[in-house]
Every structure is written in C-alpha cells, then in structure tokens.
Design a protein around this ligand. Structure first.
Ligand code: DGL
Length: 260
C-alpha cells in the first residue's frame, strides 16, 4: 500500500450530476473518502466554449490536487469527451472519466438503432464522434441535445409534467425511428430515470455508465496500490462554487462554498 492511499479521491462536475457517480462509488468502494466539487458557478458546462471548459477543468483539478487527491474522477461526460486526453497528458495522477455508453449500447441493440441524450458540447466532441463512428457496423446513433435538462434537474423540477413533456419531445422521435436502447450521456440525466421510464415503457433499454465508472475506479486504485484501509466512511467533503445549492437531492449533505 502506498502512503497516498489514505488520501481522498477528487471528483467534480458542473453540479448534481456527479452525485450519481458519488452514490455508486460509495456502494462499491465505501471506505474511500471523496472530495466533490460542484462547479455550479460555470454550469451548464455543455454550453461553455471548449477553451473555457479547459481553463475551468484545470482550476478545479488544481483545487482537488491542493486537497491532496490521490486520483481524479471527472464525473462529467462533457469534460471527459472534450478534454480527457489533454488532462491525462497534463497531470501525472490517475484520471478517470465518464463518456456516453455507446459501445455497450451497440452490443445491446436489436434494431441497430441507438438513441443518445447528451449535452451540446458532448455531441460535438471529437471523442464522441469517433466512438460513435467506430462502433459495430450497421448501428445507427440518433443523438439529441438535452436542452434545458440541467436547469430542470438543478432546480428540483424533475417530477413536473412540463419535464415529462420536454423528455417526450426528445425521446419519442427516437422511438419512432425504432431505437431500442437509450444512452444517458450526461451524469445529471440519471436523476430523470423515473420520468424517462414512463415514456419508454418496455420499448427501450437504458444505458447508464455510472456503475462502470465505479468499477473502473476500484480497479485503478488496486493497480496503483492506492486502496484506502480507513474504517470511516462518512468523511466526504462537498464544495460548490456559485450560488447556494438547494436541491433536495443533496439535502443530507453539508455543502461548503469555495471561491475559485
Ligand atoms: N453532468 C455533466 C455531463 O455529464 C455536465 C452537464 C452540464 O453542465 O452541461 O455532461
């Protein structure tokens, strides 16, 4: 075991989306301490310029490193698909990212048509385009930008009828085209699953990559000899950068403001 093993894992996203990854990590590696930055000052990331996203990701990762993070989890598809290679080259510590699960989706589809919901910047990224192109031949990807979805989730509007309407406008055209798999290409969208299920019924299977990220993190910590042997499991820290976050999703967590 290395002497860094008792250090925390640093995790970030533009907001609540990362909490879906956080929750899965806590199930799979409960003893690891996690420092989570919700960068709500710059949310939604999906509408930043790529250079602003880069600048911001560096600022947040530097903060997480200053808090002694032993590894970084980018709990955000938008940052991963646009910057993962750049960030891995820049930093020497392990960096784990999350990207839309188009590969598992392409293995699952029977109709050969896969729907993807993701942010604008994810859909336009080179990595997303490349992965979508390289998947099994004869699989067609229908990608839709989840416009307004971040705002809906961050502001506790998930259960509203108007949200169901927005989701229908995105998903029904996919069903019409015979898509039978739906990839959640943004960590925020996990919180929409109950609403999404009302629309897709048994017509589509949902692919969410948060569990795969937690399993991958466990593997990397093992390989790098960074597994924590701490007995405590509730010493996580949550930081936000913008206005106070009032969402009920985080009701049990203590959030601290940071100025970066
Ligand atoms: N949760 C993020 C993602 O997975 C960011 C969404 C956003 O802020 O636009 O892409």
């Amino acid at each position: 075991m290395s002497n860094l093993s008792s250090n925390p894992i640093g995790l970030f996203d533009s907001g609540i989306g990362g909490f879906s990854i956080f929750t899965t990590l806590k199930k799979i590696i409960p003893r690891e301490k996690i420092i989570y930055v919700l960068d709500n000052k710059y949310a939604p990331y999906g509408y930043l310029t790529k250079s602003k996203l880069k600048e911001r990701s560096i600022e947040i990762i530097n903060f997480l490193i200053s808090k002694k993070s032993k590894t970084i989890i980018i709990a955000c598809n938008t940052v991963t698909t646009n910057l993962i290679n750049f960030l891995r080259n820049k930093y020497s510590l392990p960096i784990i990212g999350v990207e839309p699960g188009v590969v598992p989706a392409s293995l699952k589809t029977k109709t050969g048509i896969v729907g993807v919901l993701a942010t604008r910047l994810t859909i336009s990224s080179y990595l997303f385009k490349k992965t979508s192109k390289n998947i099994i031949k004869n699989v067609r990807i229908i990608s839709k930008e989840g416009k307004n979805l971040i705002e809906i989730i961050e502001n506790d509007k998930i259960e509203k009828n108007s949200t169901l309407k927005v989701l229908k406008s995105l998903i029904n055209p996919m069903i019409k085209e015979n898509a039978d798999v739906l990839v959640l290409g943004c960590t925020h969208y996990t919180f929409l699953v109950n609403q999404i299920k009302k629309i897709i019924k048994n017509k589509m299977t949902i692919i969410d990559t948060s569990e795969a990220i937690a399993i991958q993190t466990k593997k990397i910590l093992n390989n790098e000899r960074l597994v924590s042997n701490s007995k405590e499991n509730n010493s996580n820290l949550f930081f936000y950068t913008g206005k106070p976050i009032k969402s009920k999703i985080l009701i049990n967590e203590k959030l601290r403001k940071i100025k970066i």
